[in-house]
Every structure is written in structure tokens, then in C-alpha cells.
Design a protein around this ligand. Structure first.
Ligand SMILES: *Cc1c(COP(=O)(O)O)cnc(C)c1O
Length: 200
């Protein structure tokens, strides 16, 4: 089995090259083949000769330079995002109808790029959407989790194989402010606002 990994360096990620990303794997032949396809699939000839369809997916030297600089702040950014997650875990400890996504066991290490919660059924009638709207009212943007592919209008006539997990995550999931640049003051304002809303 060949195992590939992909990383996005889009602007909202822990480290960024403004756009683009990388593909990783351990097999040299596959690396060479991806480079070949990503750089227009040029055959070995002095002129442009193509026996395969290629793409222009290469990263420029400029973006690669930004990426090398970003690698130096990677550990710091991960520490900041993990600290955000810990703050949220402590804020929501008092509310049993809210689940904060966390590492399942001590064998896991999450970068906590994003801190998200599930808003489960509760006696106060608070839902994911009512919480999101109340936060928006206070000028704190929170977003629903990703809408599943099978719910996207463009795919509505395509077959889908589900067990309900993605629908549930979309219905109850909320992404909280999670940036590496959140200040203590901002986190405190988020905490106060959340508590005000959740106490009803
Ligand atoms: C960033 C991200 C994507 C999109 O990656 P792009 O490089 O922006 O196309 C898809 N899924 C998840 C979970 C992501 O975090």
C-alpha cells in the first residue's frame, strides 16, 4: 500500500504560503512521478515534448521561501492553538450539553488548528444555530462545521453512502475562534459572552 499525505498551506492554516500545499510520501519513484505531472509532464527533450497530460501545480520559489520562514514559527503556532483548545475545554466543562472535540487518548497529539464543539440537546433549548446567532450578535464569528458533500446542491442527484455522522456533525457542530493571534483579552471576551448565552 502506498500512503500519501497532503498538507494545505492556505491562508487560514497553522502555517501558510498564502496558497497551495504539499504532497508527501516515502517512495522516491512516486515523488518523481508527481513532480513530473505537476510540472507539465515534459518528456526528456530540448523542445516541449509530451507523452502524458501534465499540470502546472508547482510552487514558486517565492511561496516556497515564505513556507521555509513559516516552518520556524510552526511549533509556536501549534502551542498557541493547543492553548486555545484548553481554554475552551475549561470554559465548557460546566455545560454537559456541549462537547469540545479533543484528543481521544493520550496516544494522540492534535495541533488543534480549529477548536470545535457539538451542541447537544439540552433543557434550555439552546441549539448550535441559536448559539451561533447569539455570538454573531456580539460580533464574534463562529461557523457551522463543513456541510457534507451529499447535502451540496451540485451533488444532490448523486448516490451517497452515509451512516448519519456527517449530517449530525453539520447539524450540531460549531467552529469557534481559533487563530494563533487571539489575545487574552479576546479569549476573555469570548468566554464572558459564551457564559452569558449558555446560562440563558
Ligand atoms: C484547508 C482545508 C481544506 C482545503 O484545502 P485548500 O488547500 O484550501 O484547498 C480542506 N479540508 C480541510 C479539513 C481543511 O482544513
Amino acid at each position: 500500500m502506498r500512503t500519501f499525505g497532503t498538507y494545505s498551506f492556505n491562508g487560514n492554516k497553522i502555517i501558510t504560503t498564502s496558497g497551495g500545499g504539499v504532497l508527501i510520501f516515502g517512495d522516491k519513484a512516486m515523488i518523481d512521478q508527481s513532480r513530473f505531472l505537476a510540472t507539465q509532464a515534459r518528456d526528456d527533450a530540448p523542445h516541449y515534448e509530451h507523452s502524458h497530460i501534465g499540470y502546472n501545480y508547482r510552487m514558486s520559489n517565492i511561496t516556497a521561501g515564505i513556507g521555509r520562514g513559516q516552518l520556524q514559527v510552526l511549533d509556536k503556532h501549534i502551542a498557541l492553538r493547543r492553548a486555545n483548545n484548553l481554554r475552551y475545554q475549561s470554559i465548557f466543562k460546566a455545560y454537559d450539553f456541549i462537547t469540545v472535540f479533543k484528543e481521544p487518548t493520550a496516544d494522540y497529539f492534535s495541533n488543534h488548528w480549529l477548536s470545535c464543539i457539538l451542541v447537544n440537546e439540552n433543557s434550555k433549548g439552546i441549539t448550535r444555530e441559536s448559539l451561533r446567532l447569539a455570538m454573531t450578535e456580539e460580533n464574534i464569528e463562529c461557523r457551522p462545521l463543513w456541510k457534507p458533500m451529499h447535502q451540496q446542491p451540485i451533488f444532490k442527484h448523486h448516490p451517497a453512502y452515509m451512516n448519519g455522522t456527517s449530517d449530525l456533525l453539520f447539524e450540531k457542530g460549531l467552529c469557534l475562534p481559533s487563530g494563533s493571534n487571539l489575545t487574552d483579552e479576546e479569549i476573555n471576551r469570548i468566554k464572558t459572552t459564551l457564559e452569558k448565552i449558555l446560562k440563558g
